[in-house]
Design a protein around this ligand. Structure first.
Ligand SMILES: Nc1ncnc2c1ncn2[C@@H]1O[C@H](COP(=O)(O)OP(=O)(O)OP(=O)(O)O)[C@@H](O)[C@H]1O
Ligand SMILES: [Mg+2]
Length: 310
């Protein structure tokens, strides 16, 4: 049976009211699970509760919950934290340390006993393209360099579950691609990766599964595919433009749209597709392509987040 790396049931976090302010319900009865060995992304607009959720899982903020399991252990078992890596949002590492020292510091915090530490440290700095800066003090790093080092420190102790809060924040496009490749290589080693992000196109490229959080509530959880593929709408690409005669022949079907060398149908069942294809071919059309229509993750995201607006 497939195991879950993360199981959350009934997680609620209320930040108390500050001076003259109102209390904030940052998480409202959140429940979902993340299977082991996948790249999972938690999406949501600013203030949705993504950072609060990760902090609640790690015990950095105190929250109410029915159940939280990490790597099969109840979250109360602090030993499990040795197997967890974390890149915080807007992290501030000690500015007087250099890159290599920070990795050593983090490994010690996690009680990492591997005698391959030196080798691992060099390997990871190479992976995140920070070898050159190993001996430079953190206070001299740019934002992108801080993120790269942050990623290396999140995995220095070879954790099985890795939380990354906005990992590509401030990183240039080439760096983002490198980070994606790095995350994929971690997944290939069997690690579970949990990303907080609002960069939809990026998340779409690498996530096996996502959840969308809005105002502290989960409004979607599942695959990107299931969210963006609409089963009923098919685009049929043709060798020539559809004319009135062929549209007349196809009058029994639900044509959504005609375009240059293309007809878009809404279909009731799969048999309809074969019938449509037959009619087109009988009338000297060549089918050059047949696609289920996809909407972008961004379109779906906006509609989900808007629908739950109050
Ligand atoms: N320490 C705190 N005290 C009071 N309210 C807080 C605190 N931290 C967060 N909040 C509030 O909780 C809500 C969720 O914030 P959170 O930082 O978890 O959102 P987020 O989804 O990570 O947003 P972003 O995409 O901007 O990082 C917001 O309304 C925020 O103002
Ligand atoms: Mg955040």
């Amino acid at each position: 049976m497939e195991k879950n790396a993360i199981e959350i049931e009934g997680l609620t976090k209320i930040y108390p009211a500050g001076l003259g302010g109102k209390e904030v319900k940052a998480l409202d009865d959140v429940s979902f699970a993340v299977p082991e060995g996948i790249i999972f992304s938690l999406l949501g607009p600013n203030g949705a509760g993504k950072t609060t959720l990760v902090k609640a899982l790690l015990g950095i903020v105190h929250a109410r919950f029915t159940k939280i399991n990490l790597l099969g252990e109840p979250v109360e078992n602090i030993k499990v934290k040795e197997r967890i890596g974390y890149l915080p949002e807007n992290h501030k590492f000690p500015p007087y340390l250099n890159g290599g020292q920070l990795l050593k510091f983090t490994a010690e915090l996690h009680n990492y006993k591997g005698d391959d530490f030196k080798e691992r440290s060099r390997f990871l700095l190479e992976k995140v393209k920070m070898s050159k800066w190993r001996k430079a003090k953190i206070k001299t790093y740019s934002k992108g360099m801080m993120q790269r080092l942050g990623l290396a420190q999140a995995v220095i102790h070879n954790p099985d579950l890795i939380f990354l809060d906005e990992p590509t924040d401030g990183v240039d496009p080439i760096g983002r691609k490198e980070i994606r490749d790095f995350l994929i290589s971690l997944k290939e080693e069997g690690k579970t990766i949990f990303i907080n992000s609002h960069l939809l196109s990026e998340v779409e490229m690498i996530s096996d599964s996502i959840a969308i959080l809005n105002k502290g509530k989960v409004v979607y959880s599942g695959s990107v595919e299931a969210l963006t593929t609409s089963k009923e709408v098919y685009e049929v690409e043709l060798n020539k433009n559809p004319d009135d005669y062929i549209l007349f022949k196809l009058r029994d079907f639900d044509v959504v749209e005609t375009k240059e060398k293309e007809i878009v149908f809404k279909i009731k069942n799969e048999e309809e597709i074969s019938k449509i294809v037959d009619i087109l071919r009988e009338n000297d059309f060549v089918i050059t392509g047949l696609n289920k229509r996809k909407s972008s993750l961004e379109e779906k995201f906006i509609s989900l987040v808007e629908r739950t607006k109050d």
